[in-house]
Structures are given as structure tokens and as C-alpha cells.
Write a protein that binds this ligand. Sequence first.
Ligand code: ARG
Length: 458
Amino acid sequence: MKLWGGRFQKNTDELVDDFQSSISFDRRLYRYDIRGSIAHARMLARQGIIGNEEAAQIVRGLEDVLADIEAGRVEFSVAAEDIHMNVEQLLTARVGPVGKKLHTARSRNDQVALDIRMYVKDEIDQIRRLLGELLTTLLDLAEAHVDTVMPGYTHLQRAQPVTLAHHLLAYVQMFGRDADRLRDCRRRADVLPLGAGALAGTTFPLDPGFVADQLGFAAVAQNSLDAVSDRDFAVEFTAAAALIMVHLSRFCEEIILWSSAEFAFIELDDAYSTGSSMMPQKKNPDVAELTRGKSGRVFGDLITLLTMLKGLPLAYNKDMQEDKETLFDAVDTVKKCLLIFRPMVATMKIRREKMAAAARGGFTNATDLADYLTGQGVPFREAHALAGRLVYYCLEQGRSLEELTLEEFRQFAPAVAEDVYRVIDIRHCVDARRVLGGPAPQAVREAIDRARAMVAQV
Ligand code: ARG
């Protein structure tokens, strides 16, 4: 008989059992469920709602159930629907009738809200740790490549020279914001819903503050209806996870491009590449591609959660059971991708000479030439046109700006003097961009120091 079977005359159809059961996936929450139940039982005894000896038996029983599950000694039951009722049944099987007192002043509605908040908080901590490790790797790599000049792009056309360090620091900012977003989201997940009961609280004199202390919650829910029907924190978490995937995916796209023969800026380590079943020469960036591909799953998870919530009347509705597989998928995907991405980046071979050659081609110093002319008193719009004409002249002859003679320069722009060669030197173009957040090595070194201080907070 079902734990809620009292008012029913027959059993649920087997199809219904199978359809509505969540144990196949929410078993993952067992640790949180048991920890929450232990705190609840202790509180019930403290408040005189159950006896001290009863609570002690329940707590011991729950600890045994936990050990049984961890040791793989438990067969969960589909008929018991979910992890909450499975644990309760296992408890009662162990400790006898006293187990039936555990659910006093509690509903699965506040219980499940508690479990997933604990779960999300834990996963946020783990993902923040992974982000911190990735950030450190990126900063180490940046430190080694403060002088590695490469082209910066807009529209995927070579634009102005930057350094690899500068490029990597852009991702440091993105992943830094991701870590920050997760911390922010964690604050709103850190609210104890237990005590809300099914929806309207309970007639028992509970002490939610005590439970919050035991379970490490910073606050207690202020409204029982909201406590059981709020999944905003799950949406926020998944949105933050989706952005992590966006950032990983953009980076992966660049890694894929850079490892092509057309760019040849990097070579992935063999350990993070794959081959082709037909073409013997192939070395493919599958890990980066798969990460890029998996981003869509997490975006889907976010849409699933938003859609699940938008039409729900207060308070709990069974639709909300759909939050779990969604959250689990977002968590698993983001963790797996972060875990593999870090060593893939740490072990890739950087081909400085290819990057430098690409920066020297493509007239990435044309802006510097225009700026130079502007410094000689030519209005910028005219300087821009003159530099453009010089680029066209070079293109027709298959030469670069630095290969022009002073006479050739002067045919277009009489203001040009010998010092132009220093100004359009690619290395100088980078060094001259000393503005805060710019690519000049000194600016980048300072940015790395600031980023290291930021990472220490992650
Ligand atoms: N398995 C359910 C869920 O995940 C637990 C809450 C069920 N509550 C209820 N009244 N049916 O949402």
C-alpha cells in the first residue's frame, strides 16, 4: 500500500506508477534527503513534537539507510515513487513504527524544495571550484604569452595586433563573471523552505531557524506558498550554466579554427584529439567540437525550466518534478565540459611564429599608420583615407606597409618621416596600446595581477 493510500480503494495502474515515479533520477538526491530528514527529526524532538529517544532512533536509522545506499545494498522501489518515500520506507523497515513519525509537520513539497536547494548549493560550489582552476590555468598561460603577438580579429578579418595573453584575458573576464553569477545565484538558493509543509505551513510549533543552522542555510523562507513553488534559483543556476557553455563554446570555436591548417596557431595534444576511421592523416578537435555542441543541451534545459514554471498556479504542482532531470543535465554537462576543457587548453602547443606571421600580414598596422599621420597634423578622416590608399597600393604589389620606401610613403602622404617604420612595427603597435585593459605587455601584466586577486575570491 502507498504511503498515501488511505483514501484510495484501488491501486494505481502500473503505467501510472511508471509514469509518475521519479526514483530513477531523484535517487541522486539521497544524501541531501537524509541530511534534511536528520535535521528535521532533531528539530521535532527539540520542540517536544516527538520524543528524544524516538528522534535518536530515527537519526540512527537514517544513518544506517545512508550507509546501505552508499554500499549499494539498497534496491529502490518504483512503487514508492521518489527518493523521499523510498527513504522513509527504508527507515521504517529498519527501525519499525517510530519511522512513521519522521514525516510529522512535513510534506514532500517542502522536502523536495529543501533537497534541490542543498543540491544546487553544493554543485555551485563545485562548479565555482572548476572555474577557479580554469581561471588559474588561463592566467598561467597568459603569463607565458604576454609577448606572443597575434592578430586580433573583427568579422574574423585581421584587425589589429594583440597578444595571446590579451586574448586569453578576455576569457578570464568571462569566466570570472560566470563565477560571480553563480555566487549571486547561490545566495538566493540559500534559503530554507522546510516548514512550509505542503503549502500552508503547519500547526506544529516548528523551529525552522534551528534546521537552517544545522543544514547551513543563511535564511528561512518568508512565505510558505512561495517556499514550495519557487524554482527561480534553478532557473538562475541554469542560466548561469548556459552562459558558461556560451563562453566555453566560443573559446572552443576558436580552438577549432586555430588548430586548422589554415590558421595553424595551435596544435592540440594527442591526448585531447581524435582520429578518423577512414582518413589516416586526420587529427580532429572532437573535444572542442563536442563542447560547442553540448552548449545546446544546457540552453534547452533553461527553456525547459522556464516553460515548466510559467503557467503554474500556486503552489506545488507535479510539473515541478520535471525540474530535476533538467538541472542534473545542466550540472553534468557544465562540469564535464569544464573538467576536460582545462587540460585541453593547458596542453595545447602554441605556435608563436604562426601567430606572429599572421599579425604581420593583413595590414594590422594600418590603424597605427593613420594614427601616425594624425599625429603629424593630418585630420583623422584624411589620414584614414591616405592609409587606405597605401594599403591598396601594397595589395596591388603584394607587399606590406613596412616594405615601402620612404619615397613611396611620401608620394601619398608628404608628412611621413623616417620614424614611421618604428610606429608601424607590429611589436610597437602592441606596446603602444597601454590603455587600461589594452594589449601592451605592461597593461596585460597588471591585468593578470588584478585577475589573480579576483580568482582568489572564487
Ligand atoms: N517527486 C516529487 C517532485 O520531485 C516530490 C514532491 C511530490 N509531491 C506531491 N505532492 N506529489 O516534485
